[in-house]
Structures are given as C-alpha cells and as structure tokens.
Design a binder for this molecule. Structure first.
Ligand code: APR
Ligand code: PHB
Length: 389
C-alpha cells in the first residue's frame, strides 16, 4: 500500500488528523491496534475547548456536538464547605462545551466513514521504518499477514503506550515526567448531575469532581490510592465518600444510583521532546500526558492536530515547509503551558500524602486568593477555556 500520510492510532488525534487532511485532498491510512468497538468503549473526559469544537466543525464532525453538547459559561470550586464560581463568560467572554470524548470519537468515525476513510483495525506489530529518510514506511500484521505502507510522512497518534515515541532514538528524545501519589476513582451513573456546572472540590479527605455527560448521565471522581482494588469501592461506599467531600447543599441534593462504569486511573504529567524526528511526528498522548484535573488531554491533542494538519496542507498546497519545520516548537509551546495549568490545578485541589502544615496553608491561601481576586479567576478562566492556538 502507498499513501501520503500514514497515521498510527485511531483515537481522537488520528481520526481528526485523517479527516482534516482528507478534506484537503491529502491521502491517509489509519492503522489502529484495537477494534472500533473497543476504541468506542473507552470512557474519557468531556470538556471541549472552543479550538477543538471549531476543528470538529471544520472536519464535518461537529453537528451532534452542537445539538447535544452543553455550553458551560463557568465552573464551581468548593473548599472547606463553601462554593464559589469562576465565571468564564463574565471574565473573558468565552465558554467550554461539555460533550463526552467517546461521542467525539464516534462522530469522527462516522465522518471518516462518510468519506470512505481508510482505517485498518486490529493491526499488530506496527513498526515504523526509515523515518529519518525521505522514504519512510510502516509495517504491521493483519490476520497473520505482514503488510507494508509506503508513505511520505508518519503521524504517531498512538497514545502513551504506542510505538511512535519509542521510534525516536534515545540520543534524540528528551522526556519529562511527574507521577502524582494518588489516582482518580471514577464512576458513570444514569443519574441527573448534582449541579448545572462542574464542581471541583478540595477537601481534607481528598479531591472530588462532579461532572456530567447529559441530563441523565453523571460522571463523578474522587481522589483515591492508585493501587486500591476496585472491589474495595462498592457503589454505596463511593457515594458516601463523595458526599463527604462536597458542600452540604450539594451532598444533600445528590441523586445516587448504580454505577455503569467504575475505574481507577493514575495521574501523571509527561512531555516528550521533540515532537518530530525526520518524517515522523508525535501527536496527542503519544507526546504528552496531563493529569485530568484541567481537562486538557483531548484539547492538547486537538491543538497538535491543528498545527500538524495546517503544516501538511500548506506543504502540499503551496510547497511551504515552515509549518513542518516549526511543528514541534509550536506544539510544545502550548503543551508546556497547558501542562503547567494541569499541574497547578492538581496541586491546588488534591491532598498530598506527604504535604506539611505549611503546604496545607499554601493551598488554603491559593484558594482564598482565587475566591477573592478577579485577576486570579481570570487567569484560571483563560487557561481552562483554552489558550489560543
Ligand atoms: N499500533 C496501532 N495503534 C495503536 C498502537 C500501535 N502500536 N498503540 C496504540 N494504538 C492506538 C490505541 O489503541 C488508541 O486507539 O492508538 C490510539 C491512541 O488513542 P488515545 O490513547 O486516545 O490518544 P489520542 O488519540 O492522542 O487522544 C488523546 O484522548 O483518549 C484520550 O486520554 C486521551 O485525552 C486524551 C486524548
Ligand atoms: C469528565 O467529565 O470526565 C471530566 C471533566 C473535567 C475534568 C476531568 C474529567 O477536569
């Protein structure tokens, strides 16, 4: 097989990139290790920045989001039993879209299908060859047969555990990581959300987050030891702990119900540089991971796709190569800023096992400053809704 851009990974990054390039006449093949059903079974975050919403509309995959998504003009923070609101609309005139990432991925698959996009599922042994030459190619095994894709560029959209980042030589790759000493225990329940907007809570027992997918589907998280066995957390135990960490008025009105999904996820900050090696580009989680506190994972993948799709389109349309040359620097500039925000939100809202009384007072001072300063709230707002591309 031959294509212009071989995309490894059929998650949000790979699908969005493939769709944007195809719309400009650039041929792609997407290689995905899992089945489509498996990819669509993943439960992930659900807060979309304006930049991502605009890219989905540009890709012809935004119609259901605009119909079913919820525009949120602010978010709620809670600490020491009190609650205050960060008014995105009032402070900076912007908002976010609350719409499940699973639905984003589904809409992207549907858009690819409408354009007869070439996506090969259930591939094994994906290997990138000669990425540092002008003739890269990718091999993989499908139904026991090895196959080869000759291409002009390779986009590594294969997530944190993919092969793309590992293809870059250790002598070239720089990696930065911070692993947080806790995880997020999350559940999905067919219950009405506890509030109209998200609630991020800092409590002495640990962090809690109240989110949603629609008027009868709620998503809740509590900070928990990352090695806790799921069996330790019955639904009732989860609901009781969640309510302990929320202001009484929220806890009292919370509607509980059986969990339809329950999982514990680790939290880490991770960034790999550079995001390009020869004709291989890293995109999304293949290059960076953020703790979910700032809801930046999918949104950072989107800005990577924005930079790379623009660069490739201008290269093919105008023989303009500057975008390709500056892709890594442009993408990383935004990645580091979003990573800082995600680290700051995580540090401000979680209880750390080793934190001292001084650390605790710093958190309380940070939250008090945030509650009472327009400047501090504006800074949070502009980072949360998304810094410009
Ligand atoms: N070969 C082919 N496909 C692979 C390989 C491989 N060797 N390794 C991983 N993949 C696939 C995975 O099965 C997954 O579907 O690559 C895809 C990567 O998708 P994500 O992990 O979702 O990463 P990305 O598309 O960058 O999305 C970033 O979406 O999924 C969330 O947490 C993620 O919020 C982040 C955002
Ligand atoms: C979610 O709805 O899953 C969600 C929302 C906001 C976050 C993280 C996760 O910061």
């Amino acid at each position: 097989m031959r294509t212009q851009v071989c995309i490894i990974g059929g998650g949000p990054s790979g699908l969005l990139l493939s769709q944007l390039l195809h719309l400009k006449g650039i041929d792609t093949i997407v290689l995905e290790r899992q089945s489509r059903a498996y990819v669509l079974s993943r439960i992930r975050a659900g807060v979309l920045e304006t930049g991502l919403c605009n890219l989905l509309r540009k890709a012809g995959a935004g119609e259901r989001m605009d119909r079913e998504g919820f525009i949120h003009g602010g978010t709620l923070l809670a600490a020491e039993g009190r609650k205050f609101r960060i008014d995105f609309d009032g402070l900076i005139g912007k908002s976010v879209m609350v719409y499940g990432q699973t639905e984003v991925t589904r809409d992207l698959y549907d858009a690819r299908d409408r354009m007869d996009g070439k996506i090969i599922h259930d591939v094994d042994g994906t290997t990138i060859h000669s990425a540092d030459t002008d003739a890269p190619y990718v091999t993989f095994v499908k139904d026991g047969t090895e196959q080869r894709v000759d291409c002009e560029w390779v986009a590594g959209c294969d997530g944190f555990h993919g092969v793309s980042r590992k293809t870059i030589p250790d002598s070239v790759l720089r990696q930065y990581e911070k692993v947080y000493p806790f995880g997020w225990l999350g559940i999905l329940s067919e219950t009405p959300p506890v509030d109209d907007e998200l609630i991020y809570a800092n409590h002495e027992r640990g962090f809690a987050l109240c989110s949603m997918r629609n008027a009868n589907l709620s998503r809740y998280y509590i900070q928990a030891p990352v090695d806790d066995p799921l069996g330790k957390w019955s639904d009732d135990t989860f609901w009781d702990e969640l309510r302990r960490r929320l202001p009484a008025e929220a806890a009292d009105r919370m509607v509980t119900g059986p969990s339809i999904e329950k999982s514990i996820a680790p939290l880490r900050s991770f960034i790999a540089e550079p995001m390009r090696w020869g004709r291989l580009f890293l995109v999304g989680d293949a290059a960076h991971i953020v703790p979910p506190t700032g809801a930046k994972g999918l949104n950072l993948a989107a800005s990577d796709v924005h930079y790379l799709s623009d660069a490739l389109i201008r290269l093919y349309d105008e023989n303009y190569s500057a975008g390709i040359e500056t892709y890594s620097a442009n993408a990383l500039a935004r990645v580091w800023k979003a990573s800082r925000f995600s680290w700051w939100m995580t540090s401000t809202l979680h209880r750390f096992p080793t934190q001292t009384a001084f650390d605790q007072n710093m958190q309380e001072a940070e939250l008090s400053y945030l509650e009472n300063s327009r400047a501090a709230q504006t800074a949070l707002a502009e980072n949360y809704v998304g810094l410009p591309y």
